[in-house]
Design a protein around this ligand. Structure first.
Ligand code: CP
Length: 325
């Protein structure tokens, strides 16, 4: 997977972030700097959100060829709060429906002086392919790519974990669910490994096992209860029925909850101060019960808040790189 992504260099010759396509290959200093920058954009709930002029004069285009609430809304708000012009292309009424290639759509928008493309697509390699074709002053941000990469989600997950326990090296993190189809799991594991976490446990039902070549250094089991035991962080993933092609890989919602759902009973196995994460959107009472999703251990809304701050940090960072360019 990474050969496709690495065809587009995401760092400049000087080692600065120009595109964000994957967390793979970023170093701890760069990730730490992004987390610190994002933290600077956080404000207490009920107060005015952070704003600045970092993107004044820049134009950001959001091109989401798959559904999204969190990522799309937070990229739009992030860009607007930093004074960018923002274009949200309605892909259902765009000329792509008439057969225009995605590259022709990009060239058309680039001709209108779009500086940053935020791309979500169901196909692997689309963000990297676009990054290989845009002009040198233009940046591409991967907002979710097939089952391969969701780097801003990975960063917001790392920031959320850091807020609860910054000792990444000593953490036990368990990720439960449809790992086979999860770009969230890929980017979370890449981010955790960059930060030094070595005890990463992956759990999925039979038929939804990952290719462990994509998760070096992680352990896999079908046994959710043994995996959750003594975990500091438990992340439930959505069952992605839209990506499951073999009917036999589907289990009913009731079976899933019984066998792999994150329940209060199962969470008793984790450390008492463990946090519960979910990238959203949630299938409540399938992969996670209402009781757990709404419990004091849940940091699911905090993940959303952090997502906006992370996207502000990324946009500000790549804009600095572009301006130096
Ligand atoms: N976690 C996530 O990517 O959510 P959306 O699909 O709503 O953007």
């Amino acid at each position: 997977m990474n050969s496709i992504q690495n065809q587009a260099r995401q760092l400049t010759e000087a080692g600065e972030l120009r595109h964000l396509l994957t967390l793979d290959g970023l170093d701890r200093n760069m990730v730490t700097a992004l987390l610190e920058r994002a933290t600077g954009y956080l404000r207490p709930s009920g107060t005015r959100p952070a704003t600045d002029n970092a993107l004044a004069g820049s134009t950001v285009a959001n091109l989401f060829f798959e559904p999204s609430t969190r990522t799309r809304a937070s990229f739009e708000l992030a860009a607007k709060r930093m004074n960018a012009d923002v274009l949200n292309l309605d892909v259902n009424t765009s000329s792509r429906i008439k057969g225009e290639s995605i590259l022709d759509t990009i060239y058309t928008l680039q001709a209108m002086q779009v500086d940053v493309f935020v791309i979500r697509d169901a196909s692997a390699g689309v963000s990297a392919m676009i990054a290989n074709h845009v002009e040198p002053h233009v940046s591409v941000l991967n907002a979710g790519e097939a089952n391969i990469s969701h780097p801003t989600q990975g960063l917001l997950d790392i920031l959320t974990i850091q807020q609860h326990n910054p000792c990444f090296e000593s953490l036990t993190v368990t990720i439960v669910g449809d790992i086979a189809h999860s770009r969230v799991a890929c980017s979370a594991v890449q981010g955790l490994r960059i930060m030094g976490t070595s005890d990463i446990r992956l759990v999925s039902p039979p038929g939804l096992e990952p290719d462990m070549a994509d998760f070096p250094g992680s352990k896999f089991t079908h046994d959710i209860d043994s995996a959750i035991k003594d975990s500091d962080v438990v992340m439930a993933l959505r069952v992605q029925k839209e990506r499951i092609v073999k009917e036999s890989d589907l289990i009913t919602n009731e079976q899933y909850l019984l066998q792999y759902g994150l329940t209060a009973e199962r969470m008793k196995q984790a450390k008492p101060d463990a946090i519960v994460m979910h990238p959203g959107p949630m299938n409540r009472n399938v992969e996670i019960t209402d009781e757990v999703a709404d419990s004091d251990q849940s940091v699911i809304e905090q993940q959303v808040t952090n997502g906006l701050a992370i996207r502000m940090a990324i946009l500000a960072t790549i804009t600095e790189t572009r301006k130096k360019g």
